[in-house]
Every structure is written in C-alpha cells, then in structure tokens.
Write a protein that binds this ligand. Structure first.
Ligand code: NI
Length: 258
C-alpha cells in the first residue's frame, strides 16, 4: 500500500467529485492519507474529512502565505484540535519567500513559524514544513529553536542534496512528490539518490504538482505510482520496495496513525 503524506482534499478543485475520487484513491491502494491544513478554513475542513473517511488523517497549521489567519483564537484552536486522535501533525508551517518579498512580512513569517514549532513541541506532534526560496532562513531558524528535538518532514523538498543531508542529520524526513518525475529536476533526482531510503516520504501536494505524464493537470493521490516508479528507478530498487519503505517511514514519523 501507498502512504500519501501530503494532500489538500479540502481544496475547492475537488468539490465536484471529492467522494468519487476518494473512493477511487482508496481502491487504488492508497492506504493512508494525511490531509494538510494551509489556512484556518482548510484546517476546519480537514477535521471534517478525518471524521468522514477512516483512511484520512489530518495535520493542522497555518501556511506562511496565510499567516494573517494566525490570531490568538486560531492558535488556541490549533492547540485544542491537536488532541484529536486523528490529528497527527502540525502543518503546514514554514517560510515562503517566493510569494512574499517584503522584509517586514518575512520576519512575521518567521515569528509564526517559530511559534507553531513551539506548539508542536508542546503537544508532542511532528511538523510538516513548507520552505520555498527561504533555504538559509529556514535552516537558521530551525537551528536556533533546536528543531532537532521536534520530529518532522521537509515537504516538497526543493533545495540541494547537501541541504537534504543536513536536514536528515537533524532527524528530518524529506517529502518527495511529482516534481521528481520532471526531466529538469536534476537536483531533486540527485537528492533521492543520496539520502537514506529510510527518510523518504511520498506525497502529492494535490491538487498541485502533478507528475509526468500528467504534468499541468489537477493532481491526486492516484498519480503516486508515477512518483514511486521514479524513486525506484533512481535507487535501483523495486517499486514495491520503494512503496513499502515510505509506508514504514510515514508510520514511524506520524506515530498517531493507526
Ligand atoms: Ni501543501
């Protein structure tokens, strides 16, 4: 079975066919899914999804591009919701300087990231980290707050193999999705070859980032076998071995998942 470690089935792109799609996903052998919150509305929808579908678990957290949502009330809600037996991580949280160029807002992102990392520490949950165009600040902040004490994954990893190794040394997992199938994803392919197999998680980030041969279309967990195939080819292992390893890795990290 395949463990989908990062999906956004709350997204309105799934409104027309969510139920049908999710039963097809389950039938296709996607045994577990983590639906990841981005803004407050998505976090609340995540709680609905985990109630409705036995094989879906959730993460709650506020994405760096949505931090205007993170007021005291929402912070309290996150803390309370973290005790739900099917909420298995805090995320996605982090830094995104691709969409935010303003230095004052970037520093606000850092505050919100650090605060939610501390929340994860407090509630003893792993983190799902989003970091885009912010390699240096992400690592610096994580070192400052001793992130090696908080388990987690760097989702949709987009930096160098050297940086991936640094995160692995801090105890982190590396989330690999559709981008690895792109012809020009040289760095990411090299990363998959060089990090330990025990640290790779499978993810889609759907509805975004469809792998080849469906690049540009709406993504779903049904496309994960293309990612598995690429990882297996890069590592010289079977697709079954790649799927099994990432399944075990996800269960190790997200220890509340049954
Ligand atoms: Ni995401």
């Amino acid at each position: 079975m395949i463990f989908e470690s990062h999906a956004h089935y709350d997204d309105k792109q799934f409104d027309a066919d969510r139920k049908e799609l999710l039963s097809a996903v389950k039938a296709a052998g996607i045994g577990r899914i983590i639906n990841v919150g981005s803004d407050f509305a998505a976090c609340r929808q995540t709680v609905d999804l985990i109630q409705e579908y036995d094989f879906i678990y959730g993460a709650v957290g506020i994405h760096p591009s949505e931090i205007e949502d993170l007021n005291q009330e929402v912070y309290e809600w996150l803390k309370e919701t973290a005790s739900n037996s099917k909420i298995v991580a805090i995320g996605e949280i982090g830094l995104d300087y691709y969409w935010e160029k303003d230095a004052r807002m970037q520093s606000r992102q850092k505050e919100c990231f650090a605060r939610q990392m501390e929340l994860a520490r407090e509630v003893s949950l792993p983190v799902i980290i989003h970091s885009r165009d912010a390699a240096e600040d992400t690592l610096k902040l994580m070192k400052e707050i001793h992130a090696e004490e908080i388990p987690g994954v760097i989702h949709c990893f987009s930096y160098s193999p050297e940086l991936a190794k640094e995160y692995v040394q801090m105890g982190y997992y590396i989330g690999i999705g559709g981008v690895v199938t792109f012809k020009n994803a040289r760095k990411l392919k090299e990363t998959v070859r060089r990090i330990p197999l025990e640290r790779i998680l499978l993810e889609t980030d759907c509805p975004y980032l469809s792998p080849e041969p469906n690049r540009g279309k709406r993504n779903s967990s049904l496309n994960l076998p293309y990612v598995v195939r690429e990882i297996a080819a890069l590592r010289g292992i079977t697709e079954q071995e790649a799927a099994d390893a990432s399944w075990e890795n996800a269960l190790r990290l997200f220890s509340k998942v049954k």
